[in-house]
Design a binder for this molecule. Structure first.
Ligand code: KG4
Ligand code: ZN
Length: 330
């Protein structure tokens, strides 16, 4: 079994995955969202302290499995330096005491492998990673071949949801709150711009849209519930159209064909976005796959699942070689 640890942001998580069957033997996540919500976003030092409390408690619950552990997988990049450090330190200590190898896992690859928790990986696949930190389109050819097609020039999609929610005093994280409000909103009331609509660039951008929403909010009445619903729906519509436009552009122009679009990361919990993506790829004879809801946001199971691939391919690290890289890509 592989024991995996995730602490790249505001979730403390540990999982245990069977190497042969991929079965998820144990997984637990302690979210810090409530603690950070009063600050309207993640406070790194607070997150770090909360990891030092939560991780040992979760570890206590998996003691019985420790004799069967063959490797320790841990997120070492990308993420917040002070929080990554908590997971990596625990992983190193476990690797020494259990005398098993360390497996450093890239968080983004972990999100991609959230598609394959308790399953065999079905590759190749086109993946849209939409989280609080990233907005990316990736061609995934194999366990170690990731071809980044597009990423964001500024804010990520999840971040833009969080910021719009914050502007309306709705708490953190804002994604699910905005989606819920949008259900009863008029998405055509406000005509927000679709980012990079006229640009040939294969890239994403959310700061301009966010600013347009900010201007509309500042001239409206945020005490009015319907106003908030309509802002949410109109914002969500433009944010989604931006992704759909760029995805269509890729699908039309690329000679590389895929059967499935995998949608991963926290924002893949959004039903509205998923349904628009389904409509879009259907025209290209593709289907959409996404992880179970509980594995959309950060978790230890996805780190363990990718850790299994690395273990099977003999990719281990010496203790001294596992370093933290806050801005890593593939
Ligand atoms: O993947 P994740 O848990 O953490 C990162 O690695 O960033 O993603 C968190 C992000 C937050 O920005 C949150 O607002 C967003 O995912 N999110 C959503 C929804 N649920 C979570 N965004 C839009 N709609 C949702 N239903
Ligand atoms: Zn994440």
């Amino acid at each position: 079994m592989i024991l995996s640890i995730e602490s790249s942001c505001d979730d403390s998580a540990i999982a245990i995955t069977d190497i042969e069957t991929k079965e998820l033997i144990f997984h637990k996540r302690v979210s810090q969202a409530l603690e950070h919500s009063k600050y309207g976003g993640v406070v790194p030092e607070l997150a770090s302290r909360l990891h030092t409390e939560a991780l040992p408690k979760i570890l206590d619950e998996v003691k019985e499995y420790l004799p069967k552990i063959k490797g320790i997988a841990v997120t070492n990049e990308p993420g917040l330096v002070v929080t990554l450090l908590e997971g990596v330190t625990m992983a190193k200590a476990l690797s020494i005491s259990l005398k098993v190898p360390l497996i450093a896992v890239n968080h983004l690859k972990g999100h991609i492998y959230s598609l394959f928790i308790e399953k065999e990986a079905t590759l190749p696949i086109l993946v849209l990673l939409v989280s609080g930190g990233h907005t990316q389109l990736i061609e995934v050819e194999d366990w170690n071949r990731f071809n980044l097609i597009a990423s964001t020039l500024d804010d990520s999609l999840g971040e833009s949801f969080d910021k719009v929610a914050k502007m309306m005093g709705l708490g953190y994280p804002g994604g699910a709150i905005i989606e819920e409000l949008a259900l009863d909103g008029d998405e055509n009331r406000f005509k927000f711009p679709i980012p990079l609509a006229q640009s040939p660039k294969m890239a994403f951008s959310y700061s301009g849209l966010k600013n347009a929403v900010r201007i509309e909010i500042s001239s409206g009445n945020i005490k009015d519930e319907q106003f908030k619903r309509d802002i949410s729906a109109s914002f969500q519509k433009s944010a989604t159209q931006h992704i759909v436009q760029k995805l269509k552009k890729y699908l039309k122009n690329s000679s590389r064909k895929f059967r499935y679009l995998g949608v991963v990361g926290g924002v893949s919990a959004n039903r509205y976005i998923l349904s628009k993506l389904e409509e879009t790829v259907a025209d290209f004879n593709m289907g959409v796959v996404s992880p179970e809801l509980q594995y959309c946001s950060d978790n230890g199971a996805m780190i363990g699942r990718y850790g299994v691939e690395l273990y099977k391919n003999g990719v281990f690290q010496e203790l001294k070689d596992v370093t933290i890289n806050s801005r890593a890509e593939y």
